[in-house]
Design a binder for this molecule. Structure first.
Ligand code: PAF
Length: 298
């Protein structure tokens, strides 16, 4: 397959401080990313674009630990179970490439759908257990799509270290299982959630909130923190911890709770008693916008 490397001429003036930013639309050959860069350590940040400070934190972490940083920008159709959600997902490649440059990314891989999913070559990666509850229960096929695209991206980029946000706790657990289960020689690093000053976790979906809903949205984090405080105060009954979080969310009738669960932090399976490291994870809807967040308690 021919290699297409497009330098982003229009970006040059804006990115004067970035000397080696490149963008690839097709999978690079091994000699390009593999041989020449592998020796110095490739850090990889997979994204779907619509980049914000949360992604910036992933890129900054990669920049500080790796010699070469690769980011992908690809809105992955197989992880959307709602066509309209896929179509509405924010796309602004120029802005994303500029953002990557500012955060020290060396190569942006921004393939077309046909590059990642050639016709008649369907292969999917399924990860049972860890994919099944929480978001997996409400978004059928979502983690199959994530695991499949991340496997493809890992095979193309061949990173030494890959960076994922802790905000998507279940996704992080799925990726850790993927790498362990398929013996991939890649270190997975979870990067702490970046929050606005009122506690709302940064997400591309926050842009879609109305002004009123943006004011309501931080209640999600407050509910998770209230539940975590129960654990800190010695409560081990997951039902009671959950009830405390739901009580906080009930203060705002326009919030529809999709789930609010206490799960084992590694397996993502629900617990009835807190005995080790747990993740309190929730998904809510605010007028057609779905928000997820979590906190971990050890
Ligand atoms: O977290 C995301 O943005 C996506 O799920 C990922 C990991 C880039 C796969 O498409």
């Amino acid at each position: 397959m021919p290699e297409v490397i497009r330098h982003i001429a229009a970006m040059r003036t804006r990115l004067a401080q970035v000397r080696h930013l490149e963008m690839l639309k097709t999978a690079p050959s091994r000699s390009r990313l593999g041989n020449s860069l592998k020796a110095s350590g490739i850090g990889f940040v997979p994204t779907m674009g619509a980049l914000h400070a949360g992604h910036g934190a992933l890129m900054d972490a990669a920049r500080s630990e790796c010699d070469v940083v690769v980011a992908s920008v690809f809105v992955n159709p197989t992880q959307f179970n709602n066509k309209e959600d896929y179509e509405r997902y924010g796309r602004n490649l120029d802005a994303d490439v500029a953002f990557c440059g500012i955060h020290g990314v060396n190569v942006v891989f921004a393939p077309e759908v046909e590059e990642m999913y050639p016709a008649n070559r369907d292969v999917f990666v399924e990860i049972p257990g860890v994919s099944e509850g929480l978001c997996g229960a409400f978004r059928p096929g979502h983690f199959r799509g994530v695991a499949t695209v991340v496997t493809k991206l890992f095979n193309i980029v061949q990173p030494d270290i890959a960076y994922f946000g802790e905000k998507d706790a279940q996704q992080l657990a799925v990726i850790r299982r993927l790498v362990a289960g398929l013996n991939m020689p890649i270190t997975i690093v979870g990067v702490p959630t970046v929050r606005d000053s009122d506690g709302l976790a940064l997400s591309s979906r926050n842009e879609r909130l109305t002004r009123e809903d943006r004011q309501r949205a931080p209640l999600l984090y407050r509910a998770l923190e209230a539940a975590r405080r129960e654990i800190e105060n010695g409560v081990t009954d997951a039902g009671r911890i959950r009830a405390r979080g739901l009580e906080v969310l009930a203060q705002e009738p326009s919030i529809r709770v999709e789930y609010f669960e206490v799960v084992d932090a590694e397996s993502m399976q629900p617990v009835t008693r807190v005995a080790g490291r747990v993740c309190i994870a929730a998904a809510i809807w605010l007028d057609g916008v779905r928000l997820i967040d979590n906190v971990v308690s050890s």
